[in-house]
Design a binder for this molecule. Structure first.
Ligand code: MF3
Ligand code: CO
Length: 275
């Protein structure tokens, strides 16, 4: 595991701001009838305007700036010319490289009116991410993060995807360690100050396997279950978890606190998820 010095964390925080602002530009455009290809173009323009470069585009041949994963697509969906429809559940995953460092985040949006089940799924995924963040304290173990995420998801009656995991992040946007969203508290490596993880629970309505389509990327639930995916880039500091990809409005108060919670999303904009 690679530990980052404070000066490196500051650069990663700048990468995260560019990434975050690009996702906010995408959020402003999300609506029924918009295509995910249009959202992808908005994201790419925003990252470049911010001085960064898209982290995903060209990574192992991935073709786009965004992963856009609709309904039963769990992760790594390709942006397409298919318009979004009312009732869709859209996960948007975005990564930025800046001054040699990476930031990675994802959110899931309700498009128009969605089912109560879809709302509950999105809510559980966000709460599980927050539980994982809260466990990112020096001296805790990686299994504490995993178990915290899993407990929230399962208490809500949903299923944690096993086939994909979060990851360390820094100069490379995938570094050791793998960060599973399931596991046992008190197990695994000890977390130390300077460790940065991309925590990214992937949640399905039912217990199901995840299959990858012939394009080599698109990961779908085998049983057609709706899926949600949320992600933050988070540093362990002596003062507690620092959510690098949190909204700017709450950034000052993020550092050294565990006050990140659902309210962090309430940053004064209309929320496309309708919450
Ligand atoms: N957040 C995802 C991940 O960590 C996004 C990767 S898309 C890829 O795996 F194309 F870049 F792989
Ligand atoms: Co990631």
């Amino acid at each position: 595991m690679i530990l980052k010095r404070p000066a490196e964390l500051d650069i990663m925080a700048e990468a995260a701001v560019i990434n975050r602002q690009a996702l906010e530009a995408v959020e402003r455009a999300i609506a029924v009838g918009v295509t995910t290809a249009e959202l992808n173009a908005i994201a790419e323009d925003a990252i470049l305007a911010g001085g960064g470069t898209p982290a995903f585009k060209g990574y192992n041949g991935f073709p786009a700036t965004l992963c856009t994963s609709v309904n039963d697509v769990v992760v790594h969906g390709f942006p397409s010319d298919e318009p979004l429809r009312a009732g869709d559940v859209l996960s948007v995953d975005i990564g930025t490289l800046y001054k040699g460092y990476a930031a990675d985040m994802a959110r899931t949006y309700a498009i128009g009116d969605v089912s109560d089940e879809a709302k509950a799924l999105i809510d559980a995924s966000e709460r599980s991410l927050q539980a994982g963040i809260d466990a990112m304290r020096a001296g805790n173990r990686l299994g504490d993060v995993a178990a915290a995420i899993q407990a929230v998801v399962e208490d809500a009656g949903f299923w944690v995807v096993r086939e994909f995991v979060g990851h360390g992040i820094g100069r490379a946007f995938h570094e050791a360690p793998n960060v599973p969203n399931f596991g046992r508290a008190g197990t695994g490596p000890v977390l130390r100050s300077g460790l940065v993880l991309a925590i990214e629970p992937m949640v399905t309505v039912n217990q199901t396997a995840v299959d990858v389509l012939e394009d080599g990327w698109t990961a779908v639930s085998a049983d057609g279950s709706l899926a949600a995916h949320v992600e933050h880039t988070v540093a362990v500091t002596d003062d507690g978890p620092w959510v690098l990809t949190a909204p700017r409005a709450s950034r000052a108060s993020e550092r050294g606190t565990s006050t990140t919670n659902a309210a962090q999303w309430a940053d004064g904009r209309a929320d496309p998820a309708g919450r």
